[in-house]
Design a binder for this molecule. Structure first.
Ligand SMILES: [Zn+2]
Ligand SMILES: [Zn+2]
Ligand SMILES: [Zn+2]
Length: 290
């Protein structure tokens, strides 16, 4: 599960290109500040067999935050992407004080996010899936890119993996209808998720129950948790957070952040939903004020 892609044999050109591109855009926004790659990892992509048929390569870059000279503003961040040939779409409405957007270029995608406070500006970028053998199409989602939890039946493909989405199963003569064809979801679609690639709300609730977790009440976007010390910047705190696994073992989580001033320190809070078990996750850090 925990795969570090710099150790991945044969890091593909697409991953090298994307990393360089993100760091270049970040450096142009903050010429005085070195962008930091907080974490790099891969998402294995499966069909029916447990062995992956390909991988997607991902980066989490910390671009701005911590005593930056001045914030370029979220619109300027998006302009930096469009100038480089990306198509950027601001997502709205975000939670108050937070901004996020999606930037696309061919099959590359970046989630651009700024926390409240103003908080950290992060880029989460991913490559198209790189297949090792048979070149397949594009799954709807992989483990890190799914909003919620990946469907455990189709692994994000949205299609029935018995017939791989074909109306007839082929195999013995080509006229046998697959079991998925009789389902309301229609021929070829994954029965479990209805073709979305992500677990339905009901299925997600079952996953939480399996892990003994309550459903979130949705009142507090940054839950109160005891603040930790020992980190000197929000960036170093995010690097630590991105390495920590959930109780279920999964580390993948789309981290949001909020930075506020307290009496004699800065409070950095991080929150997200685990992409393995849908548990709410939260950390808080007391940072020295600069
Ligand atoms: Zn599914
Ligand atoms: Zn089928
Ligand atoms: Zn989890």
């Amino acid at each position: 599960m925990d795969e570090v892609f710099s150790e991945h044999p044969g890091t593909p050109e697409s991953a090298v290109w994307l990393k360089g591109e993100l760091l270049r855009i970040a450096s142009a926004l903050y010429p005085d500040r070195r962008p930091v790659v907080a974490r790099e990892w891969t998402d294995p992509v499966r069909l029916r067999d447990p062995a992956p048929v390909g991988h997607r390569f991902l980066f989490l870059c910390c671009v701005g935050g911590d005593d930056r000279p001045s914030s370029p503003g979220f619109d300027d961040v998006l302009r930096a992407f469009t100038t480089e040939g990306w198509t950027a779409h601001r997502r709205s409405p975000g939670p108050p004080g937070e901004s996020w957007a999606t930037a696309r270029r061919e099959d590359f995608e970046v989630r651009v996010y700024e926390g409240s406070g103003p908080g950290l500006l992060t880029f989460t970028g991913w490559t198209p899936v790189v297949y090792t053998g048979r070149q397949l199409g594009r799954p709807w989602f992989t483990l890190s890119t799914v909003p919620g939890v990946l469907c455990d039946d189709c692994h994000g493909w949205g299609v029935c993996l018995l017939c791989e989405g074909r109306p007839y199963s082929g195999g013995s003569g080509g006229y046998g209808r697959c079991v998925c064809a009789g389902n309301n979801a229609g021929p070829g679609k994954c029965i479990e998720c209805g073709g979305s690639g992500a677990l339905t709300a009901k299925a997600t609730s079952w996953v939480r129950k399996r892990y003994g977790l309550p459903d979130p009440d949705g009142t507090e976007s940054f839950p109160q948790v005891p603040a930790e010390r020992g980190y000197d910047s929000a960036t170093s705190a995010l690097i630590a957070v991105s390495e920590r696994p959930c109780a279920c073992g999964e580390f993948r989580c789309l981290w949001r952040n909020a930075i506020t001033d307290a009496d004699d320190h800065t409070l950095a809070r991080f929150a997200g939903t685990c992409q393995g078990c849908a548990a709410p996750r939260a950390y808080a850090f007391e940072l020295p004020r600069h």
